[in-house]
Design a protein. Structure first.
Length: 338
């Protein structure tokens, strides 16, 4: 029998997770929750996804907009085997009591506090730790990207220390409330940024320092990475290792992809839905090793890299597949891998 999956919140992340769940042969998307009628609510109905009202007092608004509801979010949660909470940061914490009332396991996004949940999750880093958990947090886009990068490096070479400077987009393309902006901000100005401690929710013993800068861009985040390894591989060996990973894309030298804009164009040209890039994008020619110090640049698409992680977390929580099986299935259905 298929896993009955509910998605509460059908915005930037939720609509992408819903589409990904709908592709899975072992899952059924039983509905999505919205707080108000808008073009995304219309899209859900166009896609054949049952639409549920998150706030009962607003049911009339959906009726006035001509959008047919399947019921309330509480009814959706009650019918689900698991719910993916894709609501804005902080709302997931408010929803936790609803999920507990119906004894429905829940996944939350990286904007929620780590202490809200039983375990923070990354498919490549700690898949098995989520098995049987009631509340699991899929870590943020940047933490997901760093975990995917650091896991194979730790396994193959050992990591003495990771140092990362994150150049962060000011907002997503649709977040007009964050602009217009014309500035470059230390974010935060106090060190470290939250990303290092967040990586430690996946790898508790890993030494990592992170700094952040926010810039007036919407396309992607970019990481400047320096990892001191416990051994001294050459750059070609590191490239080969990273190229073997299923959710990292080594941008070939000579591809003419010099930044985030070109990466998004690359994704659009290859028919990616919403020009999504689920993989870490690592510039091959940036990979260099000086003694035991590895350096590289990678780009992270903040709107989409956590989507396959949510799909894998569903299987991890319910114990329906191991890490290798789930990652392979998700990658195959979503056609992950350039």
């Amino acid at each position: 029998m298929s896993i009955q999956v509910a998605v509460n919140g059908y915005g930037t992340i939720g609509k992408r997770v819903a589409d990904a769940v709908a592709l899975q042969p072992d899952m059924e998307l039983i509905g999505v929750g919205k707080t108000r009628p808008n073009h995304e609510a219309e899209l859900a109905i166009e896609n054949g996804y049952p639409l549920y009202a998150a706030i009962e007092d607003r049911i009339d608004l959906f009726d006035e907009a001509g959008l047919e509801l399947a019921g309330t979010v509480e009814e959706m949660v009650e019918a689900a085997d698991i719910v993916v909470d894709a609501c804005p940061s902080g709302i997931g914490a408010d929803n936790k009591s609803l999920y507990e009332a119906h004894d429905t396991p829940a996944l939350y996004q990286g904007g929620e506090d780590a202490d809200l949940v039983d375990v923070s999750f990354n498919a490549r880093g700690n898949f098995d730790e989520a098995t049987g958990a009631d509340h699991v947090r899929v870590v943020s886009c940047n933490t997901t990207g760093l975990s995917r990068l650091l896991a194979p490096l730790q396994e193959e070479y050992g990591v003495e220390k990771a140092r990362v400077t994150l150049v962060r987009r000011g907002g997503d393309p649709a977040q007009t409330g964050r602009g217009p902006i014309n500035d470059i901000l230390p974010n935060p100005v106090s060190l470290p940024s939250h990303h290092g401690p967040d990586v430690n929710t996946i790898f508790p013993d890993l030494a990592i320092d992170t700094l952040g800068l926010k810039v007036p861009a919407t396309l992607m985040h970019t990481h400047s990475v320096n990892v001191t390894l416990e051994s001294t591989p050459d750059a070609d060996a590191v490239r080969e290792l990273l190229d073997e990973q299923t959710r990292t894309f080594l941008i070939p030298e000579g591809a003419g992809i010099d930044g985030a804009g070109a990466l998004k164009e690359f994704a659009m040209d290859r028919g990616r839905p919403r020009a999504d890039i689920w993989e870490n994008c690592i510039w091959s020619e940036s990979v260099s090793v000086e003694g035991s110090d590895l350096y590289l640049f990678q780009a992270i698409h903040q709107e989409s890299d956590v989507v396959p992680e949510n799909v894998d977390a569903i299987r991890a929580v319910l114990g329906t597949a191991d890490a290798a099986e789930s990652i392979e299935r998700t990658n195959g259905t979503m056609e992950i891998g350039f």
